[in-house]
Every structure is written in structure tokens, then in C-alpha cells.
Design a protein around this ligand. Structure first.
Ligand SMILES: *Cc1c(COP(=O)(O)O)cnc(C)c1O
Length: 422
């Protein structure tokens, strides 16, 4: 495969952009590659600057559940652009999308739009602290909630309750306000609440973590979080930036029948434009400026182009049979994939239309388990798939995604390529 133009583009990019990329994982370093530069995308097909074509299983990290450049979504965005791309003054689209979000995820009684998942989580946390008048945030190792300072915390070595920053530039005082514990570990949660329950503002969780690869919650784990937070007057925040509008129209909270106090959504909700949202109980959201004392704002928040693309996307998702159709595709694909990896020391973890193949693993319940996988083996797999024109998510710690645009033939070809790799 000729990748000359991508290599040249990368050489030029690094002169002006740190690492040549605007988000680190795109650099493809952990899989021993240099970045692809994409010229266009349509449905499931990416075309790079050298003219190579790839079937996309990353889909801009799950954004394109309808496939890239969906004609109706693009038309909605084009119509919006013709009317001006930002006002800094309310538009009708904001209420329309808020209504659609609320109809899909009723626990989001009020919705505030922002520009990224990071911003949504950061704001939800500030609100939780303002509402409870408490400081501590509990998160889970391996769950990703964007790059706000106080969430870049990884488990400390040994001593429970002492987190370490996972990035330089984060003051230890920030990290001291967040405690990270193992996912699926009820005991650790229980212990923490016994010791510090009255200081805990909120527990934030990806209900089905997808940022350490897809990891499933144990039966009753999410319900346990719901119960223990309620007992201690702490809030439960579901970070559904990936799972919202993906696991079901109502996100993971519908699938697992848990009502969190606050929810964040992103990725799909902007229809491919930079938009995300947080929302939840009326009484909590009432604390947000201008009604209440918790400040939060954004120049481009509720942007009319992003709102229009989001509205069209959510409308299509609301159509009769949409998720059944997506699920049917997944139900045909995953057993075939499972057959191919049988006896190969590879674990397929799947939730709805998202999945991860873990290399050299027999069980994955937490980040500790994920860290034991064979990253070099995964890197070889990535490079093989790329050479065979499949773009999968470029890290063992990420999820892959199906869309309704993936054809039966593409899914069969994918499975065949995996078989060839072995
Ligand atoms: C992607 C993601 C974020 C961050 O969203 P950005 O738009 O990249 O800032 C936060 N939480 C989860 C669960 C995510 O998957």
C-alpha cells in the first residue's frame, strides 16, 4: 500500500502541530504506524490522501452511527449554514434538540449544550459539587471522561484513596479531590462510602466503559452505585458520551434500567459536529446560571449548524426499527467473528454495536485485566487490518463501532480478514 502522501503530510504537520495531530491517539504511535491523512469519508468508507480506501470501524470514535456524510444530515447542516453559522443569541434548533434528547433520555429533564464531551463532564461535575456542597468525586480506573484537570487521575500505587495525576501539569491539589477505584469492585465502593460518604459529591461512571476497550458491568454493579449514592445523598453521573444513542435510543440507562441524577452525552448528539450536552434532574439543573449560582457558558454552545445535524441524526434514530436493524447486523456479525477467534487466546467483548478484541486475555472485568493484554500482538493485528483496508480503532484500549451503513458484505470481509491474520 502506497502511503507516500500521508507520510509527506505528516512531515509537514509536525512542523506546525505538536506530534502532527490534534488528539494524541491519531498519531498511531502505540501501533507502530504514522498517521493517515484523510481526504474524504462516505458511509463506512475512508479515503486517504494517497487514494487508499478503508472500511471504517472507528467512525470518528463512534460518532457516525449512520455512517459518514449521511445525505439527510448533510442537507440539514447545509441549510443551517445558509442562515449563518453562529449567533451568540438563542435559536429554535436548541430547544428542538433538547426536546429530542429528553424524549430519548427522560432523566435529562433539562439539557445544556456545550461543544465537547470534556466540557459536558467538566460542567456536570461543577454542578454536582455546587448542588451537594461537597468536594470529592469518585471515578473508576480506565474510564475516560475527557481531559479536564481533576479527571486525569489514575489509581495510586497501593494506597487506596491516593490518586496520581495521569498527566503532567495537573496540580496535586486538583487530583486530591478525585478518587479513582477499580471498575466492578463493589467492595472498594462500599469501603470508600463508609470512610468518606459525607464528602462525596458524585460518582461518575461510563455505565459500559468503552475507553479501556469494551468492559461489561457485573450484574447489579450499576444498581449498587445507584443505591449507595442515593443513601449518602451523593449524585450518580452517567457519562454516556459514547453509550448515549448507541446502546439504545435511551443509552445505557435504558438498557440497564437505572436513572442517574446527571447524564453527559456527546459524539452522536452533534451529528458529526462539535456538540455535546449534560442534563438531569430539574432541581439540580436549576442551580445552573442564569437561574442559579453555578457558572457555565460557551460562545459557540448550541451552535445552529451542530444543532441541526444533531436534530436530523436523532430524528433518524427515532424511526421505527432503527436499533433493531443495527442490532440485527451486530447479531449476524459477532457470532461469525467469535467463530474465527475460537481457541486463539483472544477475547471478544461486545455491548450492542460496540466491541473490542482483547489480545491474550481470557477475562476482562477491569482496567487491571486490560493492562495484562498483549499490546504488541494487538499492534500487529492493527497493521495487518490496515494493510487489508480496514481502519479499526488504533489502540487495545479503545472500542470499535458498527453503523447501519456497514453492509453484510463488509462485515463478512472483516471477519475473513481476521481469519487470515491468524
Ligand atoms: C469521548 C469521551 C469524552 C470526551 O469527549 P470529547 O468530545 O473528546 O471531549 C468523555 N467521556 C467519554 C465516555 C468519552 O467517550
Amino acid at each position: 500500500m502506497n502511503r507516500e502522501k500521508s507520510v509527506a503530510a505528516y512531515k509537514e504537520a509536525v512542523q506546525y502541530i505538536p506530534g502532527g495531530v490534534n488528539s494524541p491517539v491519531r498519531a498511531l504511535r502505540s501501533v507502530g504506524e504514522s498517521p493517515l491523512f484523510i481526504r474524504r469519508a462516505k458511509a463506512t468508507r475512508l479515503t486517504d490522501v494517497d487514494g487508499n480506501r478503508f472500511t471504517d470501524f472507528c467512525l470518528s470514535w463512534g460518532v457516525f452511527i449512520l455512517g459518514h456524510a449521511h445525505p439527510q444530515v448533510n442537507r440539514a447542516a447545509r441549510q443551517a449554514i445558509a442562515n449563518g453559522t453562529s449567533y451568540g443569541i438563542p435559536s429554535l434548533q436548541e430547544t428542538e434538540l433538547a426536546k429530542l434528547v429528553n424524549r430519548h433520555i427522560p432523566s435529562m429533564q433539562k439539557v445544556r449544550f456545550v461543544n465537547s464531551g470534556t466540557e459536558a463532564v467538566m460542567s456536570a461535575i461543577r454542578l454536582a459539587r455546587g448542588f451537594t456542597r461537597r468536594t470529592l468525586i469518585v471515578k473508576f480506573d480506565g474510564c475516560y471522561h475527557g481531559h479536564a484537570d481533576h479527571l486525569l487521575v489514575s489509581a495510586g500505587s497501593g494506597v487506596a484513596g491516593l490518586g496520581e495525576s495521569s498527566s503532567a501539569g495537573v496540580p496535586s491539589g486538583f487530583v486530591a479531590c478525585t478518587i479513582s477505584i477499580p471498575f466492578n469492585d463493589r467492595e472498594a465502593v462500599g469501603r470508600l462510602f463508609r470512610e468518606k460518604g459525607e464528602q462525596i459529591a458524585a460518582v461518575i461512571v461510563e455505565p459500559v466503559p468503552a475507553n479501556m476497550g469494551v468492559v461489561l458491568p457485573h450484574d447489579g454493579f450499576l444498581q449498587y452505585l445507584r443505591d449507595i449514592t442515593a443513601q449518602h445523598n451523593s449524585l450518580l453521573i452517567f457519562d454516556e458520551v459514547i453509550t448515549g444513542f448507541r446502546l439504545s435510543g435511551g443509552g445505557a440507562q435504558k438498557t440497564f434500567r437505572i436513572t442517574p441524577d446527571l447524564t453527559t452525552v456527546g459524539k452522536i448528539v452533534g451529528g458529526g459536529f462539535p456538540a455535546a450536552a449534560f442534563g438531569g434532574r430539574n432541581d439540580i439543573m436549576a442551580l445552573l446560571a442564569p437561574d442559579g449560582a453555578v457558572y457555565q457558558a460557551g460562545t459557540l454552545s448550541g451552535n445552529p449548524v451542530a444543532m441541526s445535524a444533531g436534530i436530523e441524526t436523532l430524528r433518524i434514530l427515532s424511526e421505527e426499527g432503527f436499533y433493531e436493524n443495527l442490532e440485527a447486523r451486530a447479531n449476524a456479525f459477532f457470532p461469525a467473528l467469535q467463530d474465527v477467534i475460537r481457541g486463539k487466546d483472544i477475547l471478544l467483548n461486545r455491548a450492542g454495536s460496540m466491541f473490542t478484541l482483547f489480545f491474550k486475555a481470557d477475562k476482562i472485568h477491569s482496567f487491571e485485566d486490560v493492562k495484562k493484554t498483549d499490546r504488541e500482538y494487538f499492534a500487529r493485528f492493527f497493521r495487518f487490518m490496515l494493510a487489508h483496508n480496514f481502519y479499526i480503532s488504533p489502540s487495545q484500549f479503545e472500542a470499535n463501532f458498527l453503523s447501519v451503513a456497514h453492509t453484510e458484505k463488509e462485515l463478512e470481509r472483516f471477519t475473513k480478514a481476521v481469519k487470515m491474520f491468524f
